[in-house]
Design a protein around this ligand. Structure first.
Ligand SMILES: Nc1ncnc2c1ncn2[C@@H]1O[C@H](COP(=O)(O)OP(=O)(O)O)[C@@H](O)[C@H]1O
Ligand SMILES: *[C@@H]1O[C@H](CO)[C@@H](O)[C@H](O)[C@H]1NC(C)=O
Ligand SMILES: *[C@@H]1O[C@H](CO)[C@@H](O)[C@H](O)[C@H]1NC(C)=O
Ligand SMILES: *[C@@H]1O[C@H](CO)[C@@H](O)[C@H](O)[C@H]1NC(C)=O
Ligand SMILES: [Mg+2]
Length: 457
């Protein structure tokens, strides 16, 4: 009896001490805030604290809203349901992995490259503690835990969007891990890409630049009538995309909006860009119909098409490319029609229709050695080559390669292998000489007759 009495008093004392300490700490906590002119309201909450709670509440509601709209999306294909556990990487799988590289960071998030035990690489996205979002929140609220939670809502929103929006040009979602200790501690596991290097892309062959633009148009067509409605990318910049094996993929989705703007009259449906303004119609249901789609399309024009598309386009495709530049630059047609134009360019390019004017007998100038590969090659450089040391270009056929070789003074031979580009065109390697030939069933060497015999053209 005496024992339990003692225990009780000890417990009571400890509890009292704890309470007192809490009060002291709280006082100190609020004291700090008061020095910033933030007096506590009668309910004990300061206006700043209130504002933080309100923001957390708003983000929570936005997320719930998004989850509700995405739950209405029918997922008929079981294997596509991201919640199917066997396809997801979770905390357990992540516990043993090491970050091997830094991939990038932005205002909100940091991305690290990690190796899974099976040797597979993934990208791990988490809150960027040094980022602008976190810094601004800390300046305002000075509460690390709540700020982390607030910023995490952006990543959580992105995860919901990545789970619901599935397209070859959107980065693949592979799983997530929610740290049990901290509300904000969430990590998204994504397919790993390489940050988009615009400068590098500008120097790459037209075919690869066209691939990026086509991928973007296919993506925007999907977003304009996605399972969640018409999605606008509010922060549309090259740095929100990465490259995966030559294909452009969207990775930053936290600034996506699935709402179309509401309006009273047409002048409410204004799209503003630094060099151009557009107005759209306010529909009878009082929304700016198609505004999200057009915003994305104009951004694609100003950040991607103007830099990547016209430059060095094959001559026969130039009129088609110019038509695309004109219609997107003036927002004259929908994303659906724009995609039709892009697919037309791809079709003409793949079919070799642009070679109709090439003299058919050009290959007569070349001796063909099928089943052979050249060794000890003398390379020369050309631009834009698929290979930095030599001259490797994509061609529709041996005929187009022969035409190119004949137009390069250094070229004495070229070879074709079974290597192909993404459009299915052949990769041809042009040379100024080689020391000998070896058998190779997958290769053919074409020697220029005039040059091979040493005659000067
Ligand atoms: N899956 C990925 N693979 C490789 N790099 C990535 C990947 N996702 C993002 N990155 C890089 O990390 C940067 C930051 O990611 P992002 O989602 O854009 O964060 P923020 O919202 O802070 O802008 C991107 O600009 C990109 O360069
Ligand atoms: C776009 O509209 C804004 C606001 O109406 C105006 O200030 C701006 O000058 C316009 N810009 C162009 C390029 O027309
Ligand atoms: C598109 O073509 C029209 C008519 O030729 C021209 O006036 C307009 O400036 C062009 N727009 C763009 C963006 O090139
Ligand atoms: C655009 O194409 C998509 C998919 O083919 C279709 O669902 C949508 O209705 C089309 N939009 C318009 C405006 O025709
Ligand atoms: Mg970003």
């Amino acid at each position: 009896m005496t024992f339990s009495k003692t225990t009780f008093s000890v417990f009571f004392f400890v509890a009292l001490l704890f309470l007192a300490l809490t009060v002291v700490l709280k006082q100190w906590h609020f004291g700090v805030r008061e020095t910033f002119g933030d007096a506590a309201a009668p309910d004990g909450l300061t206006p700043v604290r209130n504002r933080l709670l309100q923001q957390l509440e708003e983000r929570q509601q936005e997320l719930e809203q998004l989850c509700i709209s995405s739950d209405n999306v029918p997922t008929t294909l079981g294997f596509m349901d991201p919640r199917t556990p066997e396809t997801e990487i979770g905390c357990e799988e992540l516990s043993g992995v090491n970050a091997v590289d830094f991939l990038g960071s932005g205002y909100t998030k940091t991305v690290l490259k990690a190796a899974l035990p099976e040797g597979l690489f993934v990208a791990l996205k988490s809150v960027n503690h040094q980022g602008t979002d976190m810094r601004l929140c800390m300046e305002d609220f000075k509460d690390h835990q709540s700020c982390h939670e607030l910023v995490s809502f952006k990543l959580r929103k992105e995860i919901v969007l990545l789970q619901r929006l599935q397209h070859p040009n959107i980065i693949k979602f592979k799983g997530q891990c929610q740290d049990s200790a901290l509300v904000g501690g969430i990590t998204a596991v994504l397919e790993q890409g390489m940050p988009l290097q615009m400068i590098q892309l500008l120097q790459s062959p037209w075919e690869e630049r066209f691939r990026v633009c086509l991928g973007l148009v296919r993506l925007l067509q999907y977003l304009s009538s996605s399972p969640l409605g018409s999605v606008a990318l509010l922060d549309f910049q090259p740095r929100q995309f990465v490259m995966v094996s030559g294909e452009l993929k969207l990775t930053d989705l936290d600034d996506a909006s699935i709402e179309e703007a509401r309006c009273e009259e047409d002048s409410d449906c204004l799209l503003q860009f630094p060099l151009r303004n557009f107005t759209f119609r306010c529909s009878s249901s009082r929304i700016c119909e198609g505004l999200n789609e057009m915003r994305n399309l104009y951004n694609a024009y100003r950040y991607f098409f103007t830099y990547l598309l016209p430059h060095q386009a094959p001559p026969v495709l130039k009129p088609l490319v110019e038509k695309i530049m004109n219609s997107t630059g003036d927002l004259k047609q929908s994303i659906n029609k724009t995609l039709v134009d892009f697919e037309e360019v791809l079709h003409v390019y793949k079919s070799g229709l642009h070679l109709e004017n090439v003299p058919p007998l050009i290959t007569k100038d070349y001796a063909v050695l099928k089943g052979m590969r050249s060794v000890g090659n003398m390379e020369y450089r050309c631009w834009p080559s698929y290979n930095e040391q030599g001259c490797v270009l994509s061609v529709h056929s041996a005929r187009e390669a022969a035409l190119i070789c004949s137009s390069h003074p250094q070229c004495t031979s070229f070879s074709l292998s079974n290597e192909r580009t993404w459009t299915g065109r052949l990769l041809a390697s042009f040379r100024s000489g080689f020391s000998h030939l070896v058998p190779d069933v997958n290769s053919a060497v074409y020697m220029r007759r005039v040059k091979a015999s040493g005659a000067v053209l």
